[in-house]
Design a protein around this ligand. Structure first.
Ligand SMILES: Cc1cc2nc3c(=O)[nH]c(=O)nc-3n(C[C@H](O)[C@H](O)[C@H](O)COP(=O)(O)OP(=O)(O)OC[C@H]3O[C@@H](n4cnc5c(N)ncnc54)[C@H](O)[C@@H]3O)c2cc1C
Length: 416
């Protein structure tokens, strides 16, 4: 069913009894043209764009839990395209444009809120580096504004501008950045893909890949074998484990990233703010909670929970930037499995196995990439060629020395 003002009024007057499930509870068919492993935002978006852009509808998305049970439902919901390097800017800007048209495209309220993303700078050197980033963005047609201290104060007056160690000198603002409701993005893509005939199969784990003579034939699952002409692997933090089923060793480590949600407050922060003297980012949800996060837990792990040391580090950053947070009560925190690549940039590519495609290495930033990653992976699977916007995200770039190291942190996944 389609969402419209008419449907809203009709259901309001009839006890909300007319709504239908957003997607079918599909059972696996013996075979599909394309199987996507992983029912996060990326996997569902890939299935949707395969159906919408290429009319490939004999598609299954296979998810071991419920859709959105991975990072798609655990992130801090920030979307932006404030990247600097040539390989990244066109991709993330494609993503931003897809966010801007997403709600009409999916006919679903994904609560895209372009409230602005403000990165604080604290020294002259950092100002120069932010000016360089802003210039690179503007050359590529992306919006960026370098703000002086007083302009930042007008936007976010309660920051600790005169902090003795980290005084705030200004910020780089992308007004088109902001937040989107992460669950709604999953539900929106699932519903739209289902309406085009895609089977979404939940509670079905892929336990093996059937490969013969170097070609993918299908996937072994907890609900039996499912044949496939092509397979897309889109499992974020589980990338290395699933790729190992095809004998691949990826340039990716799994780390835990924690997120935090506070008690609800009256509206206080109306944009996304990031600390420039440490790793900390914060926004306020529509329910009033402050939503924030910081650094990774520094060691590789597959546990979806974080350590107390990182918890404390995030709180120290929080209070250094926003002293009023010291009186805030935290309601919940949780961890998600992050697929950290060696250069901090993602991979969307074919693999050495014929018909097997890979999407991963999203590090901290895969939520904002959800529409563009699905768009570009669908393009690759359907056409056999990389989408121009994702042409740099090849697996062999590490062997070629063509890394895309946005942060300049070198080959240390936990530092990106
Ligand atoms: C705490 C936290 C905060 C974050 N904040 C942001 C942010 O503010 N902005 C941003 O851009 N990004 C953020 N991210 C990163 C972002 O959430 C991820 O990069 C992105 O969600 C990954 O893509 P996905 O949604 O498809 O992954 P997921 O939702 O993790 O989807 C992968 C799916 O694969 C499934 N799966 C795994 N193995 C198998 C198997 N064998 N068989 C079947 N299914 C399998 C999993 O169950 C999972 O549902 C954050 C991440 C975390 C953890």
């Amino acid at each position: 069913m389609t969402f419209s003002a008419f449907e809203l009024v009709k259901n309001a007057l009839t006890g909300q009894a007319g709504w239908q499930p957003h997607w079918r509870k599909a059972r696996p068919k013996p075979a599909y043209d394309v199987v996507i492993i992983g029912g996060g935002g990326h996997g569902l978006a890939t299935a949707y764009y395969l159906a919408k852009n290429f009319s490939i509808t004999n598609v299954a998305v296979i998810e071991k839990g419920w859709i959105g049970s991975g990072n798609a439902g655990r992130n801090t919901t920030i979307i932006r395209s404030n990247y600097m390097l040539p390989g990244n800017i066109p991709f993330y800007e494609l993503g931003m444009k897809l966010w801007e048209s997403m709600e009409q495209d999916l006919n679903f309220n994904t609560m895209v809120s372009q409230r602005g993303v403000l990165n604080l700078y604290h020294s002259d050197a950092q100002r120069d580096s932010f000016a360089r980033r802003g210039n690179a963005m503007r050359i590529h047609g992306v919006d960026a504004e370098l703000l002086e201290r007083e302009a930042v104060r007008a936007m976010v007056p309660y920051l600790d501008f005169d902090n003795a160690r980290f005084p705030i000198r200004g910020g780089l603002l992308q007004r088109r950045g902001g937040t989107a409701r992460h669950d709604a993005v999953v539900w929106g893509y699932a519903r739209a893909a289902d309406r085009r005939g895609v089977d979404i199969i939940e509670n079905c784990e892929v336990t093996g890949l059937r490969i013969e003579h170097g070609k993918i034939l299908g996937v072994e699952t907890t609900q039996g074998f499912v044949g496939a002409g092509k397979v897309g692997l889109s499992v974020a933090g589980s990338s290395s484990r699933v790729a190992a089923m095809a004998g691949m060793r990826l340039p990716i480590e799994a780390h835990v990233l924690q997120a935090f949600v506070s008690e609800s407050l009256k509206p206080v922060i109306d944009c996304v703010v990031t600390f420039g003297a440490g790793h900390f980012y914060i926004s306020q949800s529509d329910k009033g909670s402050l939503v924030f996060g910081g650094d990774l837990d520094p060691y590789p792990s597959y546990a979806q929970r974080g350590s107390l040391a990182t918890f404390c580090d995030v709180m120290e950053n929080a209070v250094a930037m926003l002293p009023m947070l010291s009186r805030l009560r935290i309601l919940r925190n949780w961890g998600g499995l992050i697929d950290m690549s060696m250069d901090g940039s993602p991979i969307i590519d074919r693999t050495p196995t014929d018909g097997l495609f890979f999407n991963g290495g999203w590090c901290y930033g895969g939520f904002k990439a959800t529409p563009a990653a699905g768009f570009c992976l669908a393009h690759f699977i359907a056409s056999g060629d990389p989408h121009p916007a994702a042409a740099s995200y090849r697996l062999d770039r590490f062997a070629r020395g063509c890394v895309i190291d946005e942060k300049g942190a070198g080959p240390s996944p936990n530092l990106h």
